[in-house]
Design a protein around this ligand. Structure first.
Ligand code: ADP
Ligand code: TRP
Length: 321
């Protein structure tokens, strides 16, 4: 199966991103053909600072390589390095009814939040459709907010295929219901927009400081404690197997330890869990030219897959004269 993911380069990754989407993507490299790219054109809809976009693009690439994106197994590139995507975006625009885009929740939500409505924000799903269709993607794993965009891509593909013949593979979205929502330090969904995140690559001191801020109930040290609704437990369990969870539950039930102890335990576990990733990240951080080489090689691989598809599109539309 060819599985495609677009990653918005949006800054410091948190453990909600890791457990909710990065780790499943990394693991799927063992049994799927993974295509993953950094959606820097898409990021322009919310970021107008060139230096910042350049820096965030490299940061996202460095983070994903550190976390296990394997360029030998998968195809990993930066969206803007395969320009054919912009060509396809234009071609698909003629197969995109205005009503389809007017119904897009993500666009309506952003405008309702006060983000200036412009054409790139409006046509965002058409570029996303081009991302998906250009590489013959079969499965697109997404969070719930992106389901509609994959459906739009599919609708556009059907319209195009009905008109010109079977050119595009019809993509399907995949939402992993098994992946639980990771709670933030305040117990709400962890999200950078709520300021309640625990980052993956923060330094040890600030990680500990963040963990100490996790909201817990006030209860005397010697009292037995409830684990099921405890934010510390609910984050710690992500790092533990069944045996580890049982052992931690026992510590809660036994009393004699305060939430401060459990926080220290969590901080240690977090630090150990990401140790090897951090070391790999330090390597890539110090070798940014290697990262660029990997991305360029990824773009060559991606373009080779896109080529026959875009050539068919040029041919049937008459652009190739
Ligand atoms: P944020 O909410 O911090 O802006 P994004 O919307 O950029 O995060 O999410 C990127 C990916 O990480 C998505 O696939 C999303 O489903 C996943 N993700 C984000 N936050 C969480 C969370 N708290 N629990 C599980 N998965 C999450
Ligand atoms: N819109 C996606 C997001 O905000 C990023 C993205 C761009 C994407 N192109 C894609 C995701 C193609 C999957 C497939 O997260």
């Amino acid at each position: 199966m060819r599985v495609l993911t677009g990653i918005q380069p949006s800054g410091d990754l948190h453990i909600g991103n890791y457990f909710g989407s990065i780790r499943p993507m990394i693991e799927s490299q063992s049994n799927h053909e993974v295509f993953a790219f950094i959606a820097n054109y898409h990021a322009m809809t919310s970021l107008g600072d060139g230096e910042k976009l350049r820096q965030l693009t490299m940061q996202a690439a460095t983070d994903f390589l550190a976390l296990g994106m394997d360029p030998a197994k998968s195809t990993f590139w930066v969206q803007s390095d395969v320009k054919e995507v912009l060509e396809l975006y234009w071609v698909l625009s003629s197969f995109t009814p205005m009503g389809l885009l007017e119904r897009a929740h993500s666009y309506k939500d952003k405008v309702a939040k006060g983000i200036a409505s412009n054409h790139s924000l409006f046509s965002y799903p058409v570029l996303m459709a081009a991302d998906i269709l250009l590489f013959g993607s079969q499965i697109v794993p997404v969070g719930k907010d992106q389901i509609q965009h994959v459906e739009i891509a599919r609708d556009i593909a059907i319209k195009f295929n009905n008109h010109y013949g079977d050119i595009f593979t019809l993509p399907e979205f995949k939402v992993d219901e098994a992946v639980a929502t990771v709670p933030g330090t305040d117990g709400q969904k962890m999200s950078k927009s709520y300021g309640n995140t625990i980052t993956i690559f923060g330094d040890e001191k600030s990680q500990l400081k963040t963990i100490k801020k996790i909201v817990t109930e006030l209860i005397a040290m010697e009292e037995p404690k409830e684990h099921a609704n405890c934010n510390v437990y609910n984050i710690a369990k992500l790092f533990l197997d069944e045996e580890g969870r049982k052992a931690l539950q026992k510590r809660y039930e036994s009393g004699g330890e305060g939430h401060g102890h459990f926080k220290l335990y969590l901080a240690d576990m977090l630090w150990e869990h990401f140790r090897s990733f951090r070391e790999r990240r330090e390597y890539y951080e110090a070798h940014q030219d290697d990262v660029r080489d990997i991305l360029h090689a990824g773009a060559v691989k991606a373009r080779a897959v896109a080529q026959p598809i875009i050539e068919k599109v040029r041919s049937v539309t008459g652009i190739q004269y």
